[in-house]
Write a protein that binds this ligand. Structure first.
Ligand code: PEP
Length: 251
């Protein structure tokens, strides 16, 4: 079994001071935890202070996005090396909010993923279908093209450094969770796609997270599905009690 990963995406929430307050409360609840990998993903403005506060703990730091160029005249953009210098080891790419609100298409997501790898970061590639796409029976087509675009040029060695996250758009921030069966079915489909592209043993080792309204009450049922290796948590990761309870559920 792959080591489970629980990642908390704070989105556009928490000032640097609020981030530190969260970390102090969260570490106090969790103690030293090694059997589950835990990751906090604050906004850019809280990365440095969070990274300092997390130093020496077993909790990792990730960023919510990056730009694919290494440096230059790209106002408001942040590169992989800038994130690494703040202590990040992971970065989300292709989160549905980036795709739908900020126009990241599959080709852009693919370029971001490669630049994350080139910069020594572990990308977490987020994919997922909308409700209309699911109702139209297009889930597999949508996931397939997100995988194709997001992993364009990623070979069998590089894929080992990628984490996948299946996040049905209709379940993100809506309170509507995929049933454990729906989540398992979609994640198994993703793993089968990865097996075809990279081989069965590589695909087995890849971690695939589920994301979409994960809460303390539903986390156990979701993360114990055979193909699900953890969770990407939005809303519930903003509260140290709730997020610690989700981590506990994953243990
Ligand atoms: C997310 O932002 O990746 C997410 C899954 O959000 P929520 O848990 O709030 O649905």
């Amino acid at each position: 079994m792959n080591r489970r990963l629980i990642a908390g995406n704070w989105k556009m929430n928490k000032t640097p001071q609020e981030s530190i307050d969260f970390i102090d409360a969260f570490l106090g609840k969790l103690g030293d935890i090694r059997d589950v990998e835990v990751l906090l993903i604050p906004p850019y403005t809280s990365l440095e202070s969070s990274g300092r506060r997390l130093a020496g703990s077993s909790i990792g730091l990730g960023a919510q996005d990056l730009f694919y160029e290494p440096s230059g005249a790209y106002t408001a953009a942040i590169s992989a090396s800038m994130l690494a210098a703040c202590g990040c080891r992971h970065v989300l790419v292709g989160h549905s909010e980036r795709r739908h609100l900020f126009g990241d298409d599959d080709a852009t997501v693919g370029r971001k993923l490669v630049s994350a790898l080139d910069g020594g970061l572990t990308p977490i590639l987020c994919i997922g279908e909308t409700l209309d796409e699911r109702r139209a029976g297009a889930m597999e087509t949508v996931l397939g093209s997100q995988l194709d675009g997001g992993l364009d040029g990623v070979d069998a060695d590089a894929i080992e450094r990628v984490v996948m996250a299946y996040e049905p758009v209709w379940a993100i921030g809506t309170g509507e969770t995929a049933t454990p069966q729906q989540a398992q079915e979609a994640v198994a489909w993703v793993r089968a796609w990865l097996s075809q592209r990279y081989g069965v043993s590589v695909a087995k080792r890849l971690r695939i997270l589920y994301g979409g309204s994960v809460k303390p009450g539903n986390a156990t049922d979701l993360v114990t599905q055979p193909d699900i290796d953890g969770a990407l948590v939005g809303g519930a990761s903003l509260d140290p009690d709730a997020f610690a309870a989700i981590v506990e559920a994953a243990r």
